[in-house]
Design a protein around this ligand. Sequence first.
Ligand code: C5P
Length: 216
Amino acid sequence: MGMKIAIDGPAGSGKSTVAKLLAKRLGFEYVDTGAMYRAIAWKAFRSGYSPNDRPGISKIIESTTFSLKNNQLFMDGSPIGDEIRTSEISMLSSAIAKIPEVRAFLTEEQRKLAANRDVVMEGRDIGTVVLPDAEYKFFIKASAEERAKRRLSQLKEIGIDAEYETILKEIVARDINDSSRDIAPLKPADDAIVIDTTDMPLEEVINYILKRMGIE
Ligand code: C5P
């Protein structure tokens, strides 16, 4: 069966960093479900389909496969890289994530990836929809301003130039998109432990999570 840990939260909350580090500490596999929405958006973009082109998006879904090896996600047999991290793909992925067919497909794929493994899976709806029976659920939040700062330094690290004001606007727009959609909106599961990390260093967040799991 394997143990499942769900980490959800809004854009730039630091959930990816927390989830990666936690997976490493526990020796679990790490799955970034946002990367799967981004990869579909990237593939649609490259094929010239807009998120409104439903037949086009259906075609993409029918021809896409995902796999996972040593914490690396693959789409159609190729590793998913940093090409999905641009601002353009961020906004497109949020639009594509509203499409019921896309959500149904990726939810199924994510459950398959989590099956028979110990995983830390991060996203928006892992505790609520994808893995409702996860042993542990954490919801990581932080102020929009703090999240914009974190996203900016993350992008810098991978060599993408961006402006604070633009990133802040994008984060607020994606929050609205992600929280107001009809299917699987961004919200903490009833049984999730909510952690506000605005003024919390990373190490403190990890220690708090381990403590809540009964691991010191
Ligand atoms: O986590 P990240 O910011 O990379 O996710 C990109 C987009 O994918 C989000 O804005 C959200 O719309 C969508 N997403 C989702 N459900 C998930 C993970 C991501 O809807 N489980």
